[in-house]
Every structure is written in structure tokens, then in C-alpha cells.
Design a protein around this ligand. Sequence first.
Ligand code: BTN
Length: 247
Amino acid sequence: MISERIHFEQVDSTNTVALSYARSDLDHGIVIVADEQTAGRGRVGRTWTSPKGNLYCSILLPPFDKGSVDPRLSLLAANAVYETVADFINDRHGLSTKWPNDILVDGKKVSGILLEACDKQGKIFCIVGIGINIVAETLERVPPEIADHVTALHLVGDPSITRDEVLESLVKHIDAWYARYKKEGASAICSFWNQHCNSIGRTIEIPSRNVTGVSKGINERGQLIVETESGEIAIDSDEIRFTSLDA
Ligand code: BTN
């Protein structure tokens, strides 16, 4: 699926640049990579601090007809990132997927994924933006309140890993997962994600809904199922937190 890589030294956000390449049905399979971002975006309006050294890239996916965007594409990307990180660390036991689309090593975030969509020419274009922390020193730039919750590949794997090696691996895994998705549908994506999920059986809070319950992993539609006192609920993208009982 990925046919072209375009490199920039500095951009505001690779997601914004990737979106600017979406003009017709033929525009997809492009990966935008930047050495640094001046306005990197994270989920729920957060900033993604993006100094030189880490991987910042965005993939322009083939467009969808209106109403047919598949939200499981961010889980597809999470699986591909999981396998990418596994290629570079010594021990994959500490590696997990975290709802909605983070990758953790030993409970600390090493990568985040931001799926964004835009309506153009009657089609919906989706961008999968991926940030992978590589260089330990870049963590000094993250906000202090998250500093204890993030890690980088150089801290958990070989300290000589380069950004381009990580990108090579990521492109290979995205291509493989996308081919599998086209052939078999999304069920393989969901079951791989569940096998590696860090929350199944644990008590979680969903602050946006003021609800606590036990995570049961995702269903075939890519929603997180949570067993609460008043029954099961399915959530689409809300953030979760582990309760103090289950930290
Ligand atoms: C998250 O909040 O966990 C998602 C972070 C996504 C960051 C990546 S870096 C490349 C791409 N460009 C952006 O502006 N954001 C994504």
C-alpha cells in the first residue's frame, strides 16, 4: 500500500502535510516523514512534543466513501507499531497495546497514534499519524506530568537504532497488516490487538463517562467492552485510566 516516502526537515504536523497531498482517489500510499514538528498533534487536543531524533510520520490511506470509514485502522496501525517496536527491543514481554491506540514498554508509552479524517471531493481521506520515541534525551522535552510515563527505544533496546531503521520496519509492518486487512477483514486485527492488550481483566475508569468497570478487551467492531455494575458498555474512543486498585 505504501508507495512513496516524502521527507521534510521541519513541518508543523506531518498529519497536516499528508492531508494536503489528498486531492483525488489516486492520492494515497504516501508517507510523510519529518525530522521535527513545530506543532505536533496528540489525541484529544494535546500537543505531541516533537524534537529531532524520534520518528514522526503520517500515512495517507486510500479514501473511503462517506459513512464507510473504518475506525479499526488505528488498531491496525497499533499492531504494526507493536511489531515494529518488537523488532528493536530485547524482550517483548513488557510490550503491550493500550486503549485506544498507544504502545507501551514496561507500562510506559513509547508510541502514540492519531487517526484524522477529512472530507474532500466527496471522499473521506484518512491520515494515520504515528510518533515513536527513539532517543532518550528527547524525553527531557515532554511535559513534567507525563515524564514518568514515557520511554524511548534507546532505553529499552539497542541504543544505536536509527530513525530510518524504525521507519523501514514500520512501513513493512503497515503494508503487511493492510494486505491482511484487505484479504481477511478486521477480525485478525482485533484479535492480535486483544492478545497484547494491557487492560483485559483489570478495573478501569472512563473519566469522560464517570464510569468504572472491568475491561474485557475489544469486540470485532474495535470498541472497548467494559463490564460495569449496570451491565456491559462499548466505548469508541474515550480515554481510560487504571484505578488505584489496579494500577
Ligand atoms: C497521542 O496522543 O498519543 C497521539 C500522538 C500522535 C503523534 C503523531 S507524530 C506524527 C503525526 N503528526 C502529528 O501531528 N501527530 C502524529
